[in-house]
Design a protein around this ligand. Structure first.
Ligand SMILES: *Cc1c(COP(=O)(O)O)cnc(C)c1O
Length: 366
């Protein structure tokens, strides 16, 4: 028998969240972002739930090829583009759309004869200062790409550094619009956070061709919030958790006041306490930094972690869950406990917990 831990992936929730994204951004085309194995949900599972998306966007070319081999016929976008000439050939062979974010990539594109034209997404830097041509170069870079006979459709793209903060993308948007206002290309600007402000981010500049524009929602499709502020929880945004991680209680210890729990004896019982040991640890992807007090659900009731998260086990104070026993069901996060709440308690974000769920945790698709 495998250990009782399992990550249940809810395809109906994935499809629902895509519907939310599409209704927020009516008129634009949607890249469903499925990088990092669809934020831990499984790229092929996610693709089957995202059949209504206009395309899938990701980083990993090997997963792009798996998607093609599994029968995904609509566009696929490589969000960091190609890393070698082999990638360029694979992009041609598998009809992938490609981000070009640097002069080096553009030169390699021009130097690699391909069997077919590729649609390219020219990525511009509007303040993040990670990837992208300086936005002031938009006109020249687009003109150069336009000249190359291997170029198919051109889209102008940027990625916002601060879209998760109120009005956080407005400066970057203004810079993008100023530099591209009279360029008649489609645009791709909005991540999940900006999808929720699509009325303003929308089609970009005055020459924007809204119908051909693309949005790029990621985290929201998996039912977690892109925002840090508690008032914009996933639930308040009408999103449904797509991953629910569950396990079971495998032992119960009865402690007297002053007795300690776990590595480093980091937790001390304050009263007569019942401590449940559950089959999940940091080797399953649960964050080791989660402090005592981080919630889990035991038989549907909230209970606090007590002591350090270890590799394969977590200890939970179930004194106030009197029916808890060996075999009780435990939810670490999911449909009844927001991953964002657990992430917040552990000092991180939902993105990290979802993508960190370990390969040894079996996935169950419903
Ligand atoms: C990951 C990513 C996205 C999706 O971002 P979310 O915050 O998850 O919506 C969009 N665009 C690019 C370029 C990305 O790398």
């Amino acid at each position: 028998m495998p250990r009782p831990i399992v990550a249940t992936i809810d395809r109906a929730a994935l499809s629902h969240n895509l519907d939310v994204a599409r209704s927020l951004t009516t008129g634009a085309r949607t890249w469903a972002v499925v990088k990092a194995d669809a934020y831990g949900h499984g790229v092929l599972t996610a693709a089957s739930a995202f059949a209504d998306a206009d395309g899938l966007a990701l980083i990993e070319i090997e997963n792009a090829i798996r998607l093609r081999e599994s029968g995904w016929k609509k566009p696929i976008l490589l969000l960091e583009g190609c890393f070698s000439s082999l990638d360029w050939h694979a992009a041609g062979e598998h009809r992938l759309s490609v981000v070009i974010h640097s002069d080096e990539q553009l030169s390699e594109f021009e130097a690699t004869p391909l069997a077919r034209k590729l649609d390219v997404f020219l990525k511009f830097n509007t303040g993040m200062n990670r990837l992208g041509f300086r936005i002031e170069r938009a006109r020249d870079v687009a003109a150069r790409a336009e000249q190359y006979e291997g170029t198919g459709e051109i889209t102008l793209m940027t990625h916002f550094a601060c879209a998760d903060e109120p009005d956080g993308h407005l400066d970057a948007l203004a810079r993008f619009n100023a530099a591209t206002a009279d360029l008649r290309y489609a645009r791709s600007l909005a991540n999940s956070a900006a999808c929720f402000d699509f009325g303003r981010v929308g089609a970009g500049g005055s020459a924007g061709t809204a119908q051909q524009d693309w949005v790029r929602p990621g985290i929201m499709l998996y039912g977690a919030t892109p925002f840090s502020h508690a008032s914009r929880s996933a639930m308040s945004l009408q999103l449904k958790a797509a991953m629910t991680v569950t396990t079971e209680v495998i032992a119960i210890q009865s402690l007297q006041p002053g007795e300690r729990v776990g590595y480093g004896a980091a937790y001390t019982a304050k009263r007569n306490e019942r401590i449940a040991v559950i089959a999940c640890g940091y080797a399953d992807g649960y964050p080791r930094q989660a402090p005592s007090g981080t919630p889990v659900l035991v038989d549907g009731q909230r209970a606090p972690i007590a002591g350090r998260v270890s590799m394969d086990k977590i200890t939970v104070d179930v004194t106030d869950v009197p029916l808890a026993r060996v075999g009780s069901q435990v939810q670490l996060w999911g449909d009844r406990l927001a991953v964002d709440e657990v992430a917040n308690a552990a000092g991180t974000i939902g993105y990290e917990l979802l993508t960190a769920i370990a390969a040894r945790v079996p996935r169950r698709i419903v």
